[in-house]
Design a protein around this ligand. Structure first.
Ligand code: FES
Ligand code: FES
Length: 168
């Protein structure tokens, strides 16, 4: 199979590689870049496990061809290790027990960060709607939603959310 050259930025570093045109971005990142924080679940754009950022917006790397990212800026979960918003979210996910096996968590965190930064006034229904493209097989969504609310409330200077409400 003929290879195609692709140049992009991954986590701030220039990347210049030869790939098969059929290679999707998640395989490219994992196999060429060793960035195994990007998980693959359904591989057809449904579960959100493979969510990363392309040019600042969340995207599914399993249905994006690597060659389609020519010139793009790609950020994987590893690229957020020094990010203060992600640090808040990681702490909130821990505090709210928002993960169990952790398989969905990298994609969840990328989407959660997008919610926190793009929708500072998001209420619970909006958070749930925004999260609808990320599936978790373990926890249910109560802890995940609460973790995002915790960061949003803190950013608004509000008191922490109450845990007295019945879980759904
Ligand atoms: S692995 Fe990409 S959406 Fe499920
Ligand atoms: S924590 Fe296991 S799939 Fe979400």
């Amino acid at each position: 199979m003929a290879l195609t050259r692709v140049c992009m930025t991954v986590n701030g570093q220039p990347v210049d590689e030869q790939v098969e045109p059929r290679t999707h971005l998640a395989d490219f990142l994992r196999e060429n870049g060793g960035l195994t924080g990007t998980n693959l679940g359904c591989e057809h754009g449904v579960c959100g496990a493979c969510t990363i950022e392309i040019d600042g917006a969340p995207a599914r790397s399993c249905i994006t061809f690597a060659v389609a990212c020519e010139g793009a800026s790609v950020r994987t979960i590893e690229g957020f290790s020094e990010d203060p918003v992600m640090a808040e979210l990681r702490a909130a996910f821990t505090a709210e027990h928002a993960l169990q096996c952790g398989y969905c968590t990298p994609g969840m965190l990328v989407t959660a960060r997008d919610i926190v930064t793009r929708l500072p006034d998001a209420d619970e229904p909006r958070i749930r709607r925004e999260l609808s493209g990320n599936l978790c097989r373990c926890t249910g969504y109560v802890g995940i939603v609460r973790a995002i609310q915790r960061v949003l409330h803190k950013n608004r200077g509000q008191s922490p959310i109450s845990h007295d409400a019945p879980a759904k």
